[in-house]
Design a protein around this ligand. Structure first.
Ligand code: ADP
Length: 396
């Protein structure tokens, strides 16, 4: 009987899912979608591999009972899938889990011991980890006996050396787990595998990958392994993002606590939700809307974003001791041509020479012919990476 793998990414008010077939060497996407607005005004959307809408459902309250938590949302999803997948059975479920802590450097099959370990990591990612674990619990209850595999955003970065992993704090804090974990690891791992498959020599080289979406980070990798990354202990660090501040002098936080009486809740809210492109532009967190606004303040926000990303590329090239390729991925990286141009402007010193026409055409390779550093644009696919890991663990 044909086997399927279900990939789940459970967030605070949403469950994103993908269903992939497991027969071929490479998992094949069958359907993907999400239940969003859980607990408020939920909407369930599912699309097939070509993007054709299979389900688009909203709930109108009272008589039509909407899903109120992850378990109920998963039940809605299973119900919709059941009628479409026929004889095909879910053989394994792969979960995106934000944090694997200091020790989990690879995906694992979840059992009670692993679950307890992951629960223990909640303080390291209180905004994401509890929802990821709620997704695992809901899937375990809905699919008893089906293997659940946890794949971590941090795992790819565990390869980096201590110098890139530590803060300059007394060592007891490192031992307690206060480290530069880094995130978006599944995206980086996918891009590394994709470049290696396309061009093994380049895959073995020195790459900086810029994952620029609403959340944004960059990763320096050599021979497909992480050497350094812009995010640190939390997903606040590194470059500015849609609503997050990126790297900030810790003295600013002390100052705000002392002068404005801000406590940890107030700081958390501001740094995660009111900063970055949204805070700077005063328009939106969305690059398309900021570009459309075109006000001096909006332009300054984009210029600052480009400046900080450019600076990070320079820092990561230094971490690698040189650069063979720069790869742009995620919503901004794959689409925001003007911003890509702004980021690369001035990187000639590193050997990055953009081909303006190729960049505007959104070509897969946007550097000049003969540019010492190749500049590539590639789509990422974290769900596929999770499916691959899940199937590999199942086979083992
Ligand atoms: P998430 O981290 O939520 O997955 P995405 O990877 O979808 O985010 O990236 C969202 C960002 O990509 C938004 O700022 C959006 O404006 C930007 N983006 C998407 N398409 C374009 C485009 N055509 N031009 C400029 N920016 C774009």
């Amino acid at each position: 009987m044909a086997a399927l793998v279900l990939v789940l990414n459970a967030g605070s008010s949403s469950i994103k899912f993908s269903v992939l077939s497991a027969e071929a060497k490479e998992p094949l996407l069958i359907a993907k979608g999400q239940v969003e607005g859980i607990g408020a005004a939920p909407r369930f959307v599912a699309r097939d591999a070509e993007g054709k809408t299979l389900v688009d459902r909203r709930w109108d309250g009272a008589a039509d009972d909407p899903p109120n938590d992850h378990a109920e949302a998963l039940a809605v999803l299973i119900d919709a899938l059941d009628s479409r997948l026929g004889e095909r059975k879910i053989a394994a479920i792969g979960h995106r889990v934000v944090h694997g802590g200091p020790d989990l450097a690879a995906p694992v099959v979840v059992d009670a011991t692993v679950m307890a370990l992951l629960e223990g990591l909640v303080p390291l990612a209180p905004l994401h980890q509890p929802h990821n674990l709620a997704g695992i619990r809901a899937a375990t209850a809905a699919f008893p006996g089906v293997p659940q595999v946890a794949c971590f955003d941090t795992a790819f970065h565990r390869a980096k050396a201590w110098v890139a992993d530590t803060f300059a704090l007394p060592p007891r804090y490192y031992d307690q787990g206060i480290r530069r974990y880094g995130f978006h690891g599944l995206s980086y791992e996918y891009i590394a595998s994709r470049i290696a498959a396309e061009d093994p020599a380049l895959g073995a080289g020195r790459l900086v990958v810029a994952h620029l979406g609403n959340g944004a980070s960059l990763c320096a990798m050599a021979n497909g392994r992480c050497v350094d990354t812009s995010m640190g202990f939390t997903a606040l660090d590194g470059v500015p993002m849609g609503t997050r501040c990126g790297q900030i002098d810790p003295g600013v936080l002390i100052h705000l606590m002392q002068t404005e009486g801000m406590d940890s809740d107030a700081l958390t809210h501001m740094l995660y939700h009111d900063c970055g492109l949204k805070g700077l532009s005063g328009v939106s967190q969305d690059v398309r809307e900021i570009e459309a606004a075109g006000t001096p303040r909006a332009q300054r926000a984009l210029a600052h974003f480009a400046f900080r990303v450019r600076r990070e590329i320079g820092a990561l090239a230094a971490s690698l001791g040189g650069l063979d390729a720069l790869v742009f991925t995620a919503g901004i990286g794959e689409n925001a041509r003007a911003l890509r141009g702004q980021i690369c402007d001035g990187l000639g010193v590193l050997g990055v020479h953009l081909d303006t026409a190729a960049n505007l055409a959104n070509a897969p390779e946007i550097s000049e012919v003969g540019s010492p550093v190749r500049v590539l644009v590639r789509g990422t696919d974290e769900e596929r990476m999770i499916a691959r890991h899940t199937l590999a663990l199942l086979a083992a």
